[in-house]
Design a binder for this molecule. Structure first.
Ligand code: SF4
Length: 363
């Protein structure tokens, strides 16, 4: 069930961006080292500028864990990221999300009840002791715990291939949640054949698969997806190559396999940032990822030409719920000692989820 966001007063919603940002900066000064604001790369610019640290979800969660003095960690990202930060930080830090409806629709496509049911069904046709579950970091803490308790691991878009190789060496099969596309792209990069990879369709008995298909498969993919990264296609890549010969195409691996195979490079947000940064002046890029990051890269590299791969905006609507208004509303509450929008993971779930996160770090 989606948590309910307390109302944000009109005073915040009607104020102009400059005023809000100035008031956020004043609150930051007042709260000093007690406060740490983390900004995900997909945040809108006005929020991103207020962050003390920027990064992808796991990098930020780790930074939260390493911040010694901070008592309040404000995560400008989505719900699962704040959960990861709460799991990795010790008990004297509290983690907050400026808007409680800022969830990740892809993470929400795999609930722990659905995954547990699928696991039980799987046990009817194969030995689940030989199936290694792996979850993308974009998943709820409860899914991470489910995976951790069954000997599996978390992965990120940077290390998915390594974690998949580990899982396949450890068991006969791997069950990957919740992103079908990151799972397929990583499995294909490891050289798996199409008939070794099957899709588990949510809500269908045995995931819509025949028992024989499951027995033969090495990789089972939950059918979740990121609607933002599904906007990119191989056709767009062909069009860019015709329009701008020599253009370099880089895409996030949450995109479909046809687009990822047609691109020059694929990689996590951090890999995309590094590729653009390290390219020669005058380079021309089309980038397949969230529009706020693409716009920021364009502004940071005026010596390069940077396009969004798709013609449409590709904006993550839930990330966009974090605004200067919701951030200031949260900071004003914290300054008055009111701990609104705190994200806490129950200790028994945090324990299982940490197992899966720690396993990834070992791999
Ligand atoms: S961009 Fe996609 S994966 Fe990332 S938070 Fe938004 S919906 Fe989730």
């Amino acid at each position: 069930m989606q948590p309910i966001q307390p109302p944000i007063a009109a005073e915040y919603l009607q104020a102009d961006e400059r005023t809000l940002v100035a008031r956020i900066q004043a609150r930051k000064k007042e709260l000093g080292s007690k406060l740490l604001i983390l900004g995900h790369h997909y945040q809108q610019e006005a929020v991103f500028q207020c962050a003390d640290m920027a990064g992808d979800s796991l990098k930020l969660a780790r930074q939260a864990a390493e911040a010694r003095e901070a008592e309040y960690i404000v995560f400008c990202g989505v719900h699962f990221m704040a959960e990861s930060a709460d799991i990795l930080t010790d008990g004297d830090k509290a983690v907050f999300l400026p808007h409680l409806q800022a969830g990740c629709p892809m993470a929400d496509m795999a609930t722990v009840a659905e995954v547990a049911e699928a696991w039980q069904e799987l046990a009817q046709v194969c030995d689940v002791e030989r199936v290694v579950p792996v979850t993308y970091v974009n998943s709820s803490a409860a899914i991470k715990a489910f995976v951790g308790e069954r000997g599996g691991s978390v992965c990120t878009s940077s290390n998915a291939e390594r974690v998949l190789a580990w899982a396949l060496a450890r068991g006969d099969k791997m069950f990957f949640f919740p992103d079908e596309h990151l799972g397929r792209n990583s499995a294909k990069a490891l050289g798996l054949a199409d008939d070794e990879i099957v899709i588990w369709q949510r809500g269908k008995p045995l995931g819509g698969l025949a028992a024989e298909q499951i027995k033969k498969a090495r990789v089972l993919l939950w059918d979740g997806y990121c609607e933002i990264h599904m906007e990119f296609s191989a056709e767009q890549i062909v069009q860019w190559r015709q329009k701008a010969p020599g253009i370099k195409i880089i895409i996030h691996p949450e995109s479909n396999y046809a687009a990822v195979s047609a691109a020059d490079q694929y990689g996590s947000t951090e890999a995309i940032i590094a590729a653009v940064k390290n390219s020669k002046p005058g380079s021309v890029w089309a980038i397949g990822t969230e529009v706020n990051l693409v716009n920021r890269l364009r502004a940071q590299h005026p010596d390069k030409t940077i396009h969004l791969l798709a013609p449409s905006a590709c904006c993550c609507k839930t990330m966009a719920l974090i605004t200067p208004a919701s951030l200031l509303w949260l900071l004003d509450n914290l300054a008055q000692g009111k701990l609104v929008n705190q994200i806490t993971v129950a200790p028994e779930i945090a324990k299982g989820a940490k197992l899966a996160l720690d396993r990834m770090l070992e791999i």
